[in-house]
Design a binder for this molecule. Sequence first.
Ligand SMILES: *Cc1c(COP(=O)(O)O)cnc(C)c1O
Length: 759
Amino acid sequence: MDVRETLAALAGERFGRPLDQCSDRQLYELLLLLCARLARERPAPAGERKLYYFSAEFLVGKLLSNNLLALGLYGQVSQLLEQMGRDLGRVESMEPEPSLGNGGLGRLAACFLDSLAALGLPGDGVGLNYHYGLFRQVFREGRQTEEPDPWMEPDSWLIPTGLRFPVPFGGFTLQAVMYDIAIPGAGSGVANRLHLFDVERPARRPWVGIDFDKGDIPHCLTSFLYPDDSDGAGRLLRGYQEYFLASAGAQLILTQLEQRGFQPGQLASHVAVQINDTHPSLVIPELIRLLVERGLSINLAIDQVRRTCAYTNHTILAEALETWPLASLRTVAPRLIPVLLELDRRVKEACPDPRVHIIDPQERVHMAHMDIHYGCSVNGVAALHTEILKHSELKPFYGLYPQRFHNKTNGVTFRRWLEVCNRPLAALIDSCIGPDWRRDAGRLEGLMAFAGDSQVLERLLAVKQEQKDRLCRLFLASQGVELDRMSVFDVQVKRLHEYKRQQMNALYVIHKYLEIRDGVLPERPVTVLFGAKAAPAYVMAKHIIHLILCLRRLIEDDPRVRPWLRVAMVENYDVTWAERLIPACDISEQISLASKEASGTGNMKFMANGAVTLGTLDGANVEIAQLVGPENIYTFGATSDQVLALYRGGQPDGRGYCPLEFYHRPAVERLVDFLVSPELLRVGDPAALSALWRDMKGKDWFMALLDVEDYIAARDRCLRDYGDRRAWAGKMLVNIAKSGYFSSDRTIRQYNEDVWHLT
Ligand SMILES: *Cc1c(COP(=O)(O)O)cnc(C)c1O
């Protein structure tokens, strides 16, 4: 195909003008049309079994560059645009980012779809078509405010399918209308689909902020992702979303099974279902219900579904392990109640241990318990996380079904997270080891041969500087802030959560600020970059954002400190920002409290882009440390065993963690008390800052004070080492070379071999 000719014809058809007179916006629409058409024409991959990857979120990011790459058009199109004096980056900036997810879990699902298609495996995503996403974050007067985040335009990647399925709620039925996004595989010639269900008549945008009528299920069911669940109506709406996803998805599965010429009783031989965290769990009872409706006995239905479904656990945080009051489910999905009661009865009959029951004495349904009893596989997402599941969190289940438990360490797609987001680095790697790493990220290991090649190391440093300069330009253009291009870029970007400990990073900033004010200057200037959204109802997380924004303001206004230490926070951190920040990062902050971050995937993206990790031995950081060796990572802090013992009250005197003991160390007290110092209170909200201060001293549930001194020491050591540019470049190189293990292609191959058996 001649791309120029095809696009020129499209331009004439659609806009009645020659290609070179099209605006960036029009060029974007033409490329979208072209990609969507080509992707649609691709065949679906074939296989004995077909996977349905159920997830409440798919954080796909912008699709244009990735689809051009997958369709083999990237080179031609960027060249053509260049010849026309245009720029693909500018054209892509016209594309809104689909607001279909909010963080690591949704981004994982998107990477998995990319890998499934690239590996030519039959696997579709199943999710919901949210109209306004989680929210768009806007900073006003040092605080996060939330606005709707619309993304659908008349021309979008969504393909109407004409398919619809009735979802029977209590008292009313809604049609689930199915839209698809085509997922072309890079190098495989095939395409899978992301199926997104929507209501027939979605509400338009009559709200103030992100408030809306949570009782108006027929119109608002798909308005927002995870609507604020701090009140009863919000929680119930979430229940409606979950059953809508499960029921429509289950009906789609059985419809396609029949179209492929199989009977409902052959489900397990031809279908695999992966349940991404517990949100889609109702697919289990719904499939059982539908199979019984189609004539299977309950025993056969349960057996088929058990052999079909597999569950991925993403967290050990108690508040994230979903339970549903049986009473709510009676309202939302009354037809599932007999199935749930039967599933629970069988468990209670077989296992006296109440810890493994599905319905507890308070009549709450434990979703993860149902997934484990009535699925064939349970996996954690990093080696450490899976061990914690087996020996602590889900220990009684591991005792019952040891063969069901296994680990699948997360991964990321190197197509988006290296090839597309960091072209200069990809070109440098090509020049060293050739292009094969693009198919097989394990080949990056070949870079180890260049660990002593000063020319390559120089070029690596030059690429990093180029990316830092690019970030500076983008920052200036979008946030009006001029960064110091020669400073060390220290980056913590991820959802805001106390366990991720952005507050501990803020304590470090305070430490440096006070040092500089005391005349102790650092060896080189540092820029501390943050990006994070806080859940709208998560008060403490919003206080932490406020603290960061206050520190930023304090430092920007202080001519003594500003040349040495800067703080910046990107507004509305999303995939697009991640793609800009990660290539420019020197130090990757992965500082969660050990045992709390199941895996993390941000850590992997940073590593692949030559950032050096400063982190705790948590999640996949443990595996990163094993791969790169202690001289190429900076680790600190309590181990997960120590932390788990503290939560059990495991100090010698039988008490658990006591933050006051750490607070009273002089070096720590000074940092914590700074939160309520007159200078900070002058720029911030006293109520928020003192609430944060009280919480840190009195509760500190995620133990920032336990690790903060060790953290400061490790971080300062890291900054000192940065000064030896050649040694640092060596660390960067080793990190890139060893990152191939974290390709989602590897993860997907393992799922396929151990769980799905698709081809
Ligand atoms: C990768 C990614 C995440 C996950 O980051 P973690 O550090 O693993 O929590 C969250 N948001 C976006 C936009 C991402 O790209």
